[in-house]
Ligand binder design. Sequence first.
Ligand code: SF4
Length: 359
Amino acid sequence: MNPDLTRFQPAFRMDPFAAFDLERTTTGGGAVPFVVGERRWSVYRNVNLSVYSGQVCNARCPFCVEELRPASRGTALSLQKRVEPDDARYFERLDAVLALTRPLDPTLSITGGEPSLDPRLPGILARIAAHGLRKRTITTNASGLLRPLPGGGDVLDALVAASLAHLNISRAHWDAEVNQRVMRIDPPQTEADLRRIVARARDAGMRPRLSCVLLAGVVDDLAACERYLAWAAGLGVDNVVFRQLMRYDPRTTAPNGVTRFTDTAAVGLRPLLEALRPSTSDRPGHPHFRFVRHVVGYYYAVEVYAYDGPAGPMDVCFEGADLAAIEARRDADAPLHELVFHADTALCSTWQPWDGRIF
Ligand code: SF4
């Protein structure tokens, strides 16, 4: 029987292992066939295609997921990040991949590195729009969004022209100086720019969302989350996700600065969320957070809340992820859960361009 994901399930609390069942708990509810040449794959029905920009990031977040992913598989970002040098070849392959995956009707996300600084981004956006992919999103530290483009307008105009639905902006703290100490972006993210970006995105029908990692001594309890929400609401944002630093399996991971930082700075979501259990006969729920639903991914689990506190009404998500779950579900016959178009033009089912190659 399918569990009702709009009812709080204590066993699912931020636990991808406990929550995931492809047929019963995911939004896609199963897999579909995907034939490429002689090979036949089985792919998650609501699969996401990530266009992984080859642009090196201009921040130095000590928790960088881009670095943690290869480390969790015993390798390094410098080996994972290969870039096709020829523009014509890159875009010819991107077009081919978008056509090939069209029957899967994937959602589409652009990620990096820092995609807003990628000279190829306008071309990527034009092709994504031309192929009509649904639910298009980008994840960025925002530093290149106001960058003028050679043909006129700026990067944010190009996102709008490509009808992106969501603009996910990483921001670790409401205070710009604290944020800069954590993320070390060059040049720093200013609040004035952020305010301008949010206003323009909203006016154009794109939904800006702020993404905040939970870090010890930075944003590490519910009071700090509410303070962050108040600041976000003041910017005009009504959608925030708080993320626990990704867990990983130390037995398969090559230790680096990110793993060492994660070990000392990670804040557990479960204790933080204890106060957000829905009302029961013997205990009232939280006055500002109303549980809406669970979202269950193959290595992540999300709790979605409707927030109605001093910051005003907002959608708030709390997300936990465990890279070890990816490895645990890896098996030759298992469905492919995600698709990644790498900067070297390989289409793979993993974040390493040499592994799980499809096309
Ligand atoms: S902004 Fe994102 S990609 Fe860049 S260093 Fe921070 S976490 Fe990594």
